[in-house]
Design a protein around this ligand. Structure first.
Ligand code: RTP
Ligand code: MG
Length: 137
């Protein structure tokens, strides 16, 4: 059954010129890019996106980071797209959790600047797609 997920190439990934490399990995995996846009992130969108973390000590710093430059937002489609993209991304901490061969494992050093986001459940995916691509049904 086909599924949709919302992914972001975070400002560190865009700044470092890794957008093409990351999109190439997505395409090679077989996922379909259904929507794709470079976006400057309004604070309200950042707050909505990370609402689940609003009480965490790193929330303020996370908002500052995610609004520090443009992101590439995309909707991916494919069988098990949510899990498939999180497999490509690797664990949240690029050194302790993500293994080599994953995006974070290959290119990241810090937990905050970990290059990509991917929805973590079908409910999050629908909520995040509506937030980032309100025109997409
Ligand atoms: P994401 O939501 O960005 O796809 O990442 P995730 O599911 O792997 O991680 P999550 O727990 O949802 O955390 C969201 C993002 O917050 C930053 N973070 N910083 N300083 C810290 O301890 C810390 N923990 C998380 C990361 O950018 C993480 O991806
Ligand atoms: Mg998350």
């Amino acid at each position: 059954m086909t599924e949709r997920t919302l992914i972001l190439i975070k400002p560190d990934g865009v700044r470092r010129g890794l957008s093409g490399e990351i999109l190439a990995r997505i395409e090679r995996k077989g996922l379909t890019i259904a929507a794709l846009e470079l976006k400057h992130v309004p604070t309200e969108v950042a707050e909505g996106h990370y609402a689940e973390h609003k009480d965490k000590p790193f929330f303020g710093s996370l908002l500052e980071f995610i609004t520090s430059g443009p992101v590439v937002a995309a909707v991916l489609e494919g069988p098990r797209a949510i899990a498939a993209f999180r497999q490509l991304a690797g664990g949240t901490d690029p050194v302790e959790k993500a293994v080599p061969g994953t995006i974070r494992g290959d290119f990241g050093l810090e937990t905050q600047e970990n290059l990509v986001h991917g929805s973590d459940s079908p409910e999050s995916a629908e909520r995040e797609i509506a937030l980032w691509f309100p025109g997409l049904a």
